[in-house]
Design a protein around this ligand. Structure first.
Ligand code: ADP
Length: 622
């Protein structure tokens, strides 16, 4: 399937190897980045001015040193700038220059940082919106396989990390790198021999940085993965909290969670330990370079081929270069982490939706509701067919009952009708036209569904109902609730239609939730309705209220009812008995009873027991 890159992509093992990933991330987001071009250019100018100010920092001091403090320190002084100026004037000028350079640096740094943060926030907001829309469009088979917690991590913390790192690491890293290059350039301009000594430690520095950052990157990636697994585990446990509590799994899950949590903590400690080690190594290397420059520099000053001020600039540059390189270690760690985050987002965005509007798809006209399956075959896995050669026809307004053993393919059949998946062979026609000819949204808008355990959102009842048809008026919402037998109990709640529902509607009874779901389906006024065991698990009284609501909902609609309770199938215009993906029997209740095969046997068995037993289906199947 198309999601394989998400699940199987190998991560880069070092910072070097991460470079292509960074390039991929930047390339993928270049439209969003380009949109912030003006802001980014301004910040870049600020950045270069900041670097220039940093380079100028020791120069006033050098002038004072060479001209005022030790004017004759070297035997044969080279020409010294400003040596003909009055010392007092020079001192005043230098003092102002110190302040001016500092102010310039501060101002430029402010512009570049604020500009970059603003641009990064805007870019990240756009990426988040794109990711969210993309996730909504991905097929059910993708969501079936991907863990929702892991997706939530990507949409929240991975994206935040990307933004934070741009501002707190990437910008300073850029400033520092440009500063470093500038300083090396100025040092070579001043004295190539001293400059060579100063950068002699560079290869050592690069080697140790690369080696340690590679390890940091690996640990960081592992930690991100673990966090994703933990979030997924937590989301799963919370989603199934009823089952977890019913089976008393809390302690076991808690233990599992805390084990992962501790491992994640160990990873964090390891990353910190590694980057601290890198910082110390860099410090030591810089000390060695400073000692060498001092040693050779004093000789050069004595010989007269350099001034004391030159030496001062060199030492200052080394010290200033040392500060950024110390941060470099920290920043590379952060950037490695962010690369992993960025990659996860790009991977997700690269998953192509399985089901898309085909080229030339048109907006579906209002349906009459005639449905036809023509030689339809389908398998989630192409190797294993779940539906085999289905052929049937449904007239507008017909009530169709889908019955048969669990796992036979009934839910799969209706998901094909909703175009959650496309058939691997054959055609599904609505009013004589292939579903694929229509735009997805225009097709789904004309189909309502009520599931066994309908999902309600953590918003008000009013909003939950209006999600069936966005923009519905209060009047329409109330009418839908009345049709669904829900109005009275909603009015009995303290806040009526404004009552906020707990997660997944946990504050209501099963029957009440079902009736809100029916109201949501009703407000769509769709010509086709799908009911997937909508009354299972309800007590008698609630079942009656829900059944009544469903009757009203489905009046004049083409209805597909998946049910194990054959009493609900008796008045269907057509019953489809599906077993192991094959349509084995088809007809009305009385026709199938007369046929005297599986349906008849099952019906008699249920009538004898007095209730629908799922096992009775399976028994029959076996
Ligand atoms: P029914 O509704 O008749 O109980 P389903 O259509 O739910 O049957 O399932 C038919 C078969 O397809 C089962 O073997 C089930 O495990 C499998 N199945 C259902 N949904 C998926 C899915 N999203 N991915 C892979 N296999 C699935």
């Amino acid at each position: 399937m198309n999601s394989s890159p998400l699940l199987k992509r190998k991560r880069p093992r070092s910072l070097q190897a991460a470079l292509p990933s960074m390039q991929r991330i930047v390339q993928r987001f270049s439209p969003q980045i380009r949109k912030q071009g003006a802001l980014l250019s301004l910040s870049t100018i600020g950045l270069f001015v900041e670097v220039l100010a940093r380079l100028l920092e020791p120069w006033p001091l050098k002038l004072i040193f060479d001209n005022i403090i030790v004017p004759g320190a070297s035997a044969t002084p080279r020409s010294i700038p400003f040596s003909n100026l009055d010392p007092t004037m020079l001192l005043v000028g230098a003092a102002f220059a110190v302040i001016g350079v500092a102010a310039l640096q501060a101002g430029a740094a402010y512009v570049s940082l604020v500009g970059m943060s603003l641009a990064a926030s805007r870019i990240v907001t756009e990426i988040r919106a794109e990711l969210y829309t993309h996730l909504q469009r991905l097929s059910l088979s993708f969501h079936y396989r991907a863990k929702s917690g892991d997706l939530i991590t990507r949409i929240t913390s991975d994206i935040d990390r990307l933004r934070d790192v741009t501002v707190t690491a990437a910008v300073p890293l850029l400033v520092n790198t440009v500063t470093l290059i500038g300083m090396i350039g100025v040092m070579f301009y001043m004295d190539w021999e001293l400059a060579l000594i100063a950068i002699a430690i560079f290869p050592l520095f690069v080697l140790s940085t690369l080696k340690i950052t590679k390890r940091i990157h690996n640990v960081a990636r592992q930690q991100r993965k673990r966090e994703g697994v933990m979030a997924a585990a937590a989301a799963e446990a919370m989603g199934a909290i009823k089952v977890v509590q019913a089976l008393s799994l809390e302690e076991m899950l808690e233990e599992m969670f805390s084990r992962e949590n501790e491992k994640s903590l160990e990873d964090v400690a390891k990353t910190q330990q590694l980057s601290a080690g890198l910082q110390r190594t860099v410090e030591l290397l810089v000390a060695v370079a400073t000692a060498l420059v001092l040693w050779r520099g004093v000789h050069l000053v004595m010989q007269g081929s350099a001034t004391a001020g030159d030496l001062l600039v060199f030492i200052n540059y080394l010290k200033t270069a040392y500060r950024p390189t110390r941060q470099l270690a920290k920043h590379t760690a952060m950037i490695s982490k962010a690369t992993a985050s960025g990659e996860r987002i790009v991977d997700l965005l690269d998953v192509v939706p399985d089901i898309r509007d085909s080229r030339g798809a048109i907006s579906a006209p209002p349906f009459q509701g005639a449905v036809q399956f023509k030689n339809v075959c389908f398998g989630y896995d192409p190797e294993k067919l779940i539906l085999k050669q289905l052929n049937f026809q449904v007239r507008p307004g017909d009530r169709v009952a889908l019955v048969g053993p669990s796992g036979g393919g009934k839910s799969t059949l209706v998901s094909l009708l909703l175009r959650f998946y496309d058939p691997s062979m054959g055609q599904i026609l609505v009013d004589g036209h292939d579903l694929r000819a229509y735009k997805l949204a225009s097709l789904r808008r004309q189909i309502s569904i009520v599931l066994q355990d309908s999902v309600l959102f953590g918003v008000s009842i009013r909003d939950n109902i209006s999600y069936g048809s966005l923009g519905a008026t209060d009047r329409e919402i109330e009418a839908a609730a009345k049709l669904a037998n829900a109005h009275d109990f909603i009015m009995g709640l303290p806040n009526g239609y404004d009552t906020l529902l707990g997660e997944r509607g946990a504050t209501l009874s099963g029957g009440q939730r079902q009736r809100i779901a029916i109201a949501r389906a009703a407000i769509r006024r769709a010509p086709i309705v799908i009911l997937d065991e909508p009354t299972v698990g309800l007590d008698n009284e609630n079942e009656q209220a829900v059944t009544e609501a469903l009757r009203r909902l489905t009046r004049n609609c083409t209805t597909f009812l998946i049910t194990h309770d054959l009493r609900a199938a008796t008045d269907a215009d057509q019953i489809l008995y599906i077993e192991q993906g094959c349509l084995l029997e088809q007809g009305t209740h009385s026709e199938l009873l007369r046929l005297g095969q599986r349906y008849a046997a099952l019906y008699k068995m249920q009538a004898a027991i007095g209730m629908p037993l799922e096992t009775s289906m399976t028994t029959c199947h076996q």
